[in-house]
Design a protein around this ligand. Structure first.
Ligand SMILES: [Zn+2]
Length: 254
C-alpha cells in the first residue's frame, strides 16, 4: 500500500496554498471513482497523507470527516481510515440532511412524510424479499421490545434495529441509505422524549403486525401495517413532546 499510495498521491500537484477540505474531498472521491483507491483499502496514516496531498492535517481531517458522513470512508478505532467495502450497506448519518434542514427550515411533518413514503415502499419490498434469517432477526427484535416495555431507552434500540432489519430485507441499498438518514434524525429526537412514552405495548403490537404481514408475504398488508405504525408513532411522539414542554414549564414556574 505504501508504494502504491505514493505514486497515486504524488500526482496530485497539490503544493499550492489554500487547499480546502472540499478539494480534499474531491480528490479522494476522484481516486475512488478511478479505482486508485479500492473498497476496503486503508488510507495512509494521516501525517503521510497530509504531506502527500500538500494539505494541513486539520484540512485533511475535515475532508475525511465529510466523506465519512456520506458513508464513503469509515474510521475504525485504532485501525485507521478505510474505503468502505462494496456490498456493505452505506451508512449515512443524518448530518447532511440536518444541515439542509437548518438551512431551509424543513418541518418535522415533512421529515415524517418522507419517512412514511420510504418505509412503506421498503416494507412492501421486504414482504417480497425477506430471507428466513432476516425474518428471524425481526422476530428477535420484537422479543426484545416486549422484554423492555418498562425500559423505554432500551425499547427504542430494538425498535430502531427492527426498522433497519426491514430496510436491509428490502434489498435496495439506496432506499435503505435514505431511510437510515431520515430515521437517524427522527430516532435522535425521539430518544429525548421516549421516557415519557405510555403505549410501548401497543407499539410492540404494531411491530408484530408488520412482522406477521411480512411472514405471509402480504405486500399490501405490510405497507398498511407500516403506515399505521408510523402514524401512531408520530402521534405518540407529539404527546411526549407536549408533556415534556409542560414539565419544563412547570419547573420554570416554580
Ligand atoms: Zn417502530
Amino acid at each position: 500500500m505504501a508504494k502504491k499510495s505514493e505514486t497515486i498521491f504524488s500526482n496530485l500537484n497539490s503544493e499550492k496554498n489554500g487547499t480546502t477540505a472540499g478539494e480534499v474531498v474531491e480528490r479522494l472521491r476522484h481516486m475512488i471513482q478511478n479505482g486508485d483507491l479500492s473498497p476496503g483499502d486503508r488510507l495512509p496514516p494521516e501525517r503521510d497523507l497530509a504531506k502527500l496531498l500538500g494539505v494541513s492535517r486539520p484540512t485533511l481531517r475535515a475532508g475525511i470527516r465529510s466523506l465519512s458522513t456520506v458513508g464513503i470512508l469509515q474510521s475504525r478505532q485504532g485501525a485507521g481510515t478505510f474505503v468502505v467495502e462494496k456490498g456493505e450497506s452505506p451508512t449515512l448519518d443524518g448530518s447532511p440532511l440536518q444541515m439542509l434542514s437548518a438551512l431551509h427550515g424543513f418541518t418535522s411533518d415533512e421529515m415524517f412524510e418522507a419517512r412514511l413514503a420510504l418505509e412503506m415502499s421498503i416494507a412492501g419490498l421486504a414482504a417480497e424479499r425477506a430471507t428466513s434469517e432476516q425474518m428471524t432477526l425481526m422476530a428477535e427484535e420484537i422479543a426484545g421490545m416486549y422484554a423492555s416495555l418498562t425500559n423505554p431507552e432500551q425499547y427504542l434500540v430494538h425498535d430502531m434495529r427492527f426498522h433497519q432489519t426491514i430496510a436491509a430485507a428490502s434489498n435496495n441499498r439506496i432506499l435503505t441509505s435514505l431511510m437510515n438518514m431520515i430515521a437517524t434524525i427522527l430516532f435522535d429526537s425521539r430518544s429525548k422524549t421516549v421516557t415519557r412514552a405510555k403505549d410501548l405495548k401497543q407499539s410492540a403490537e404494531q411491530h408484530h403486525n408488520i412482522y406477521r404481514a411480512m411472514r405471509e408475504h402480504d405486500i399490501e398488508g405490510a405497507r398498511r401495517a407500516m403506515h399505521d405504525h408510523l402514524v401512531e408513532t408520530q402521534k405518540a411522539q407529539r404527546l411526549e413532546e407536549l408533556e415534556d414542554a409542560a414539565a419544563l414549564k412547570g419547573m420554570t414556574n416554580q
